[in-house]
Design a protein around this ligand. Sequence first.
Ligand code: APR
Length: 237
Amino acid sequence: MRVTVLSGAGMSAESGVPTFRDVETGLWAKVDPYEISSSDGWRRHPEKVWAWYLWRHYMMKSVAPNDGHRAVAAWHDGADVHVVTQNVDDLHERAGSRQVYHLHGSLFSFRCDRCGLAYHGALPAMPEPVDTVEPPMCACGGLIRPDVVWFGEQLPTAAWDRSVEAVSRADVAIVVGTSSIVYPAAGLPELALAEGIPVIEVNPEETPLSDRVTVSLRETSATALPGLLQRLPALLG
Ligand code: APR
């Protein structure tokens, strides 16, 4: 069976990683998303943007995959699993998932904002979150930026192409932990539905996708995913 998982920030919530839009705890509750995750914001104050991503990079060292990540990784025994994630963390990979496509980039790779050269140099330590850190400079004079997709930027072509293929070839798509409002990623479950592929949503809250999917489970990912494949026949009828 071919299973394609479409995950968002809620997938990592039970690992202690804040989501973006959960009202009280969301990352956007504390910062202005446009100021901190856009190329304009980077141009205006790179030291603020760099500090924010460096903090999120280091925070990943203190969290671990949860039962939801581990369940998806275990599905490889018996199913052909592809993971399409909007998340920039590495928790799917650390749980053992292979075939993971990062639509919005990764907190673990960096590049020059001028020549595009990958940066593998040392990163300044960050014992606790600070408001500003000067980003390193490339030999060409450009600034080193995180390899993540900011608002208004193009998604990585290879990740997007593999994701569309993984959705189109799936026997079932499982959308977990995303508010399903940021396109083009939010268009992937719609593509599956348009092709007659059953879509299961896992989210403790309702989303704009909830009344269109085949089944919408009001459950958290760490609760719903461990037994989900066994539930598929009953869920899909
Ligand atoms: N299990 C499953 N879902 C959860 C859990 C959980 N334990 N906790 C929260 N959620 C759900 C919330 O109900 C919400 O619908 O996860 C979703 C998180 O939504 P967002 O914070 O909007 O995150 P996401 O959908 O991944 O954001 C998409 O927006 O800011 C950009 O690039 C950023 O990739 C991000 C994109």
